[in-house]
Design a protein around this ligand. Structure first.
Ligand code: SAH
Ligand code: SF4
Length: 363
């Protein structure tokens, strides 16, 4: 018998890879189609549940493949029905995944890394000591755990609340592009989880060289964590700006292949009292967005222990929003969700820490 760690993780293989691997075991291509169906439309967690596959073949598959989900270390529900899972992977590292239900839809906020290398000064995830990329299987695992937890495997599509994915959890998705792209391709597959590119939004702090590729290859909606309209301030808040300053970032947005009038790029702007929230900032924002298919999301800054910022007042948020809105850009002030369970934007942080001397793996 193989130990679990020696088995090939099946979640995260592309259809082609699965078909090839099955062929080496003497199994025909249609088995790959069946297994794909069991995994991604039925939510099978064990080969024995795959009743269209004969018992001896189930045993053969079980010998070679591992289809385990990440472990659930915590499962919390907020007073506003936001739900947060703390998930634990085989190596003990943990990430958080958040489900945000709305009236007739719901988005799962998915993590792409354990921690984040980028240390934006207002973000809790940026303070984590350990950083490693998640594998495609670990990214998809978050979606599978959410479907399990929401009990939405065998429901009709129109009865499901989990309709959208936002790559806005822990980590910078464009610093782990290969695994994120693989995961999203599997998630978008029409014969599986089948969440379309129109219902997926990838948020980046501005990894300019990867933006075009993301639009061309994945075609998902783009969100940019802007947060400042001047390079000196953005250098401080989002240190990646020193590498890819505003002019370059905005040009990449103008050129984004998957944006148009119907699918606008979201500019996220966290409202920090006395830092980036003046009327002049709002007017400069409008000027910068000229020529971009844009909408703005104003996010009241969510506090976390030890942070040095304060949230802008409601009046300031509204005055800022009005200027942007009057210039023709939709600019809702995003409601904070899941506050009581520390599930709000930028509050995600797990206790994963690097052991002394341990190397950081960034694929
Ligand atoms: N690394 C990516 C995606 C994860 S962060 C990115 O930065 O875009 C998701 C969003 O939450 C980003 O817009 C981020 O800037 C914002 N955010 C981070 N900390 C926050 C906080 N404390 N309050 C409100 N929003 C925050
Ligand atoms: Fe990383 Fe995004 Fe947080 Fe910045 S805001 S530290 S890029 S997760």
């Amino acid at each position: 018998m193989h130990k679990i760690s020696e088995k090939t993780p099946i979640i995260g293989l592309t259809r082609e890879e699965l078909t090839q691997k099955l062929a080496t075991l003497g199994l025909p291509a249609f088995r790959a189609k069946q297994i794909w169906h069991w995994l991604y439309t039925k939510g099978a967690t064990d080969f024995s549940q795959m009743t269209t596959i004969a018992k001896p073949q189930q045993a053969l598959l079980d010998e070679h493949f591992n289809l385990a989900r990440p472990g659930i270390a915590k499962d919390l529900t907020s007073f506003d029905a936001t739900r947060k899972w703390l998930l634990e992977f085989q190596d003990g590292n943990k990430v958080e995944t958040v489900f945000i239900p709305e009236e007739d839809r719901g988005a799962l906020c998915v993590s792409s890394q354990v921690g984040c290398t980028l240390s934006c000064t207002f973000c809790h995830t940026g303070t984590m000591k350990l950083v490693r990329n998640l594998t495609a299987g670990e990214i998809i695992g978050q979606v599978l755990v959410a479907r399990d937890g929401l009990n939405e495997w065998n429901k009709k599509r129109e009865d499901c609340l989990f309709t959208n994915i936002v790559m806005m959890g822990m980590g910078e998705p464009l610093y782990n592009y290969e695994q994120v792209a693989r995961a999203l391709t599997i998630i978008m597959d029409g014969e599986g989880i089948a969440i379309s590119k129109r219902r997926i939004t990838l948020s980046t702090s501005g990894v300019v060289p990867m933006i075009e590729k993301c639009g061309q290859e994945l075609g998902v909606n783009l969100a940019i964590s802007l947060h400042a309209v001047r390079d000196d301030l953005r250098d401080e808040l989002v240190p990646l700006n020193k590498k890819y300053p505003l002019a370059q970032l905005l040009q990449a947005c103008r050129d984004y292949p998957a944006a148009n009038n119907a699918r606008r790029i979201t500019f996220e702007y966290v409202m920090l009292k006395g830092v980036n929230d003046t009327d002049a900032d709002a007017r400069e924002l409008v000027r910068l967005l000229d020529g971009i298919h844009a909408k703005v999301n104003l996010i009241p800054w969510n506090p976390w222990p030890g942070a040095k910022y304060e949230t802008s007042s409601r009046n300031r948020q509204h005055a800022f929003a009005k200027i942007v809105n009057d210039a023709g850009y939709s600019s809702p002030i995003r409601a904070t969700r899941g506050e009581d369970i520390m599930a709000a934007c930028g509050q995600l942080k797990s206790d994963s820490e690097r052991k002394k001397g341990e190397k950081v793996w960034l694929g």
